[in-house]
Design a protein around this ligand. Structure first.
Ligand code: C5P
Length: 151
C-alpha cells in the first residue's frame, strides 16, 4: 500500500516537472586515473552499439544527481566513485533530457578495477585519443572540456 502511494507521488512529481518544462537529467562520470579517462562501449541499441560513452544514466525520481552517478557506476562498472565538480556545460539529448557530466575518481578504499558489466568493453583513454574516439553525439560535444580535465 505504502509503495503504491509513493509510486503515485513520484509519477505526479514527474508530471509536474514536465509541465514546468524541466528537462530530465542524465548524469555521466568523467573518471580520471593517471591522466587517462575511462570510457565504455555501448552494446545497445543497435544504432549506438560500438560507440563510446561516459558511464552513467538517468537520475531517478527523488535521487540527487551525485547519488544517481554513484549508483550507475556500481551497476555498470562494479566500482564506487567519489563525485567532484561538473565538467563542461549541460548537453541537450533527444526529447526532454540533458546530459550533465561530473568529474569522478575511483574510491581509494575500494581497489576494484572497473569492468564492463552492461557494456561491450571499458578503456582508459589518453587526451590524444579523445578526439579520434567514436563517441555518442552528446559525449562528443564534451570532448574539449574532457581534454582540459586531463591536461
Ligand atoms: O544509459 P541510459 O539508457 O539510462 O541513458 C539514457 C540516455 O542518455 C540514452 O539515450 C543514452 O544514449 C544517453 N546517454 C548519453 N551519454 C552518456 C550516457 C547516456 O548520451 N554518457
Amino acid at each position: 500500500m505504502a509503495l503504491r502511494v509513493l509510486q503515485k507521488r513520484s509519477a505526479l512529481l514527474a508530471e509536474r516537472s514536465r509541465e514546468l518544462g524541466e528537462a530530465r537529467l542524465v548524469v555521466g562520470a568523467a573518471i580520471v586515473r593517471s591522466g587517462r579517462l575511462l570510457a565504455q562501449q555501448r552494446s545497445y541499441p543497435e544504432s549506438h552499439a560500438g560507440q563510446w560513452e561516459l558511464p552513467g544514466g538517468r537520475v531517478e525520481d527523488g535521487e540527487k544527481p551525485e547519488e544517481a552517478l554513484v549508483r550507475e557506476c556500481v551497476e555498470e562498472l562494479g566500482v564506487s566513485v567519489v563525485v567532484g565538480e561538473q565538467v563542461g556545460p549541460d548537453v541537450p539529448l533527444r526529447k526532454d533530457m540533458v546530459l550533465r557530466i561530473f568529474a569522478a575518481e575511483l574510491a581509494e578504499l575500494d581497489g576494484d578495477e572497473p569492468e564492463a558489466l552492461e557494456h561491450n568493453a571499458v578503456r582508459w583513454l589518453t587526451a590524444a585519443e579523445l578526439p579520434v574516439t567514436d563517441w555518442l553525439p552528446a559525449d562528443r560535444v564534451l570532448v574539449p572540456a574532457l581534454q582540459e580535465l586531463l591536461n
